[in-house]
Write a protein that binds this ligand. Sequence first.
Ligand SMILES: [Zn+2]
Length: 214
Amino acid sequence: MIEIKTFTFNPFAENTYVLHDTESLEAVIIDPGCYEKAEQEQLHQYISSHNLKVSKLLNTHCHIDHVLGNAWVKERYGVKLYVHAADEATLKSVEAYAPAYGFARYTPAQADEQLKEGENISLGNSALEVLFVPGHAPGHVAFYHAGQQFCINGDCLFNGSIGRTDLPGGDFDTLIRSIKEKLFSLPDNTVVYCGHGPSTTIGQEKKFNPFCKI
Ligand SMILES: [Zn+2]
């Protein structure tokens, strides 16, 4: 059984997720947005108090608000960073624009492993399936768990909205196609955990999301 913990970090109110297998206590950290020391401590407090063994660092995509804590997590837990190859340029570009966004202390971290469409990322006795859902960012992925019917979907689909597509590498038609072809083919009761704001379900967004009317 996988347990999901959400933290909301940094001025962008970005959702950072810690998923762990309740039997083995293996954990993965997805999109660590922690920047301030207090945020790092909050994340570490959860991990240490639950005796979790962090095995991987995963990014849904590499916009600044999702990667601010990458270097700290890699160093603190000695783990590798997994991103999709098509978002490595997005990751590399952060260093150049971070000071302009007010993050002068941003420490860059290199990707170590590539995430590929359809691959399974092991998590204890369980696994997460990688879905390639570009549009908000060129190498955006989501992590789907069919058994427990949830999807960590980053900034692709939001509760009542969708990710912006005006940033470099963004494309509206590609995003809509990703949502309709990949996410909307998941079961309606799949819980969708978003990069910002509250979670939702596939069924709810199919019915009410104004950007995705079929
Ligand atoms: Zn983003």
